[in-house]
Design a protein around this ligand. Structure first.
Ligand code: UD1
Length: 374
């Protein structure tokens, strides 16, 4: 039996919950040897290590330690270091047969380019999503990654349509469902058994969870300021819990908004949270306000109303079938959405097909099959 050496690449927070179920599932495939490679794009304990512990992931076999930087710098560091890693071959001997990347962060794109140039085929988990907004760094990462991968593993039907329109051959496309929701379904009971709400003195269904970190929302004071004002307003009626991403924390400080936020009764700023505490919080919330792609999907799977602070989404199924509504960065729309949630007139969503906790199993079958060989 020939061993299939897989280089499984993660870099930033949203990657970990997508790779974890895949690594767990692959344990049942003795012919597959998954090597876990962390680029180090995220390095803070709260954005990285805590997820490895809580998601039961092995420590990375290889760490590239690229850290933060401008897009070009960060991408270039991954390209250079990952190319070297691939050239060195798998620990214990043998050339890499395939690279597996997930999501749409800079590490995803950079690892793909390095691999394809060396002739190592790449599987992209969460392929085909398109916001059609090329000002988003993630959209560029998605387009470039999908253009050169040969195995495109898709989470929702819009992804298949996009890839077909872009001319990707049918034999490369696989609708597998959502691996991140595998992690959610696996860990939901454990998360809800925690004392997270008690510690934060919150009652189920009586608080709003907020996350904001996209450059389009947080990088300009004239956008971030009014969004934070609405959150302050809501917090007068219902507690608002706001775990603050480091990027957003820096902007709040730099734009002189920290005192205003601190003076806002009912609004609780917290450091970024681990997976379990955060899932405990989101799964029992009355509403979620976010610009995160992952949280749009998680709220749909949890059937919790989600007001998405974006003008577009690469995950249209969360709006068409799920619980999400796009409110842009318009305080009026955000206010209106929240009012409708509090009055009980907000739409009901349903969980998309194949977001059933079995997506990693489908991916593993494809990776381990004849497609998994070079
Ligand atoms: C990245 C992804 C984004 C994803 C997000 C999830 C890209 C282009 N963006 O955005 O798609 O939704 O992760 O969090 O890949 N920082 C820390 N500690 C860390 C890492 C970063 O403090 O461990 C700070 C640094 O100042 C850094 C800034 O956050 O410059 C931004 O980090 P970066 O990885 O470039 O992008 P994110 O905004 O986190």
């Amino acid at each position: 039996m020939n061993t299939i050496h897989l280089a499984c690449v993660v870099g930033a927070r949203p990657n970990f919950m997508k790779m974890a179920p895949l690594l767990r599932t692959l344990q049942a495939y003795p012919q597959v040897n998954p090597i876990l490679i962390h680029t180090g794009q995220h390095y803070d304990h709260n954005l990285s290590d805590v997820f490895f512990q809580e998601l039961g992931m092995k420590r990375p076999d290889i760490h590239l330690e690229v850290g933060s930087g401008k897009h070009g710098q960060q991408t270039a560091r991954v390209l250079e270091r990952f190319e070297e890693t691939l050239e060195q071959g798998a620990p214990g001997g043998g050339a890499y047969d395939r690279v597996v990347v997930v999501g749409d962060v800079n590490s995803t794109m950079a690892a793909t380019i390095a691999a394809v140039k060396l002739g190592v085929p790449v599987a992209h988990v969460e392929a085909g999503l398109r916001s059609f907004d090329r000002t988003m760094p993630e959209e560029i990462n998605r387009l470039l990654t999908d253009a050169i991968c040969d195995m495109l593993l898709v989470s929702e039907p819009s992804g298949l349509e996009n890839l077909r329109r872009e001319g990707r051959p049918e034999e490369c496309l696989h609708l597998v469902g959502n691996v991140m929701i595998d992690t959610l379904r696996w860990l939901l009971p454990k998360a809800q058994a925690r004392d997270t709400l008690d510690r934060l003195e919150l009652q189920p269904k009586s608080y709003v969870v907020v996350t904001l970190h996209r450059p389009s929302n947080v990088d300009q004071p004239e956008t971030l300021g009014p969004l934070l004002e609405v959150l302050c307003e809501i917090a007068a009626d219902m507690p608002v819990v706001f775990p603050v991403h480091p990027r957003t924390a820096q902007r709040i400080e730099r734009f002189g908004l920290a005192d205003r936020l601190a003076a806002c009764p009912g609004l609780r700023q917290l450091p970024p949270m681990g997976y379990l505490d955060f899932l405990a919080l989101t799964s029992q919330a009355r509403a979620i306000v976010t610009d995160s792609g992952g949280l749009q999907e998680e709220s749909t799977a949890l059937e919790i109303p989600c007001l998405t602070a974006r003008f577009n989404t690469e995950r249209p199924i969360t709006v068409e079938q799920g619980t999400s509504t796009l409110v842009g960065n318009d305080p009026e729309k955000l206010r209106g959405g929240l009012r409708s949630i509090l009055q009980g007139t907000y739409k009901q969503g349903k969980c998309p097909e194949l977001w059933d906790g079995q997506a990693a199993e489908r991916v593993a079958t494809i990776l381990a099959g004849k497609d998994g060989n070079r």
